[in-house]
Design a protein around this ligand. Sequence first.
Ligand SMILES: [Zn+2]
Length: 292
Amino acid sequence: MTRSIRTPIPIAAALALTLGACAETAEQAPGMDDATSEVADGVFWFNAGTHNAFFVDTDDGVVAFDPISNDAAAGLAASIQGAVPDKPLAAIVYSHSDADHATGAPVLQEAFGGGVPIIAQENALPIILERGDPDLPPPDLTFSDEMTLRFGGRAIELHYLGPSHTDNLLVAFLPEERVAFAVDFVSNDRVGYQSLPGWHFDDFYVALDRLMEIPFETMVFGHGDVGDRGTIERQLAYYADLRDAVQAALDEGLSEEEAMAQVRLDDYAHWGQYEAWFPMNVGAIYRWLAES
Ligand SMILES: [Zn+2]
């Protein structure tokens, strides 16, 4: 296990911000809105249109994943305050650096009085600094491979599985509840996004296998409905079948355009975005295989 700490807030100090001596039992309040679901005791999924956030209640505050956007972050703050009233926000975690998931942290911080540390995988830091977007501030804390957050006796593991979709995507895992949160590199019975932008294919297939090594039973996604291990097994099968089908097209001498027009995977034809995005998935895999 390795970790790195970026100033100005060392991790021990940041965690100490929210660590209290008193361990109260969290009560389930009736204030949850329609966009919020509780997937395990004190573990919540928040939907904002096409995107989802994730938050975990602990006796020492709430850990929130992905503010998504300024508008969604306002909704997420209300969702947290409705589901677990009067709790402070302990930390914000970015699943990865992409703006459509990581924007809006200042709105969330403001809603909880500020001073909330942001955590991300270390490769996200230079990308976010370079972008210089005030609505997407850089992380205060980063880690390289794995880090475990402990708040109120609750463990939240952050796993970096290597490059997959971007070079800084993390997977959150709650070992007690066996709930995980994964964004963009896997989804629920849906093909990959368009031309798989930001995908590192050599490492992506390794990351899929490493994901299955995490003993989750429930999977919350950055897009789409909650799934389980079977959902991820189907994703592995899809990407393996996609690679094999495109390799067969290459072996037959098809051009990229011909492959995009002709390759079909009927087993997945009922999946979300198959008609719109599957040919684009084929093109992306074709270019990767043709170059490797
Ligand atoms: Zn992304």
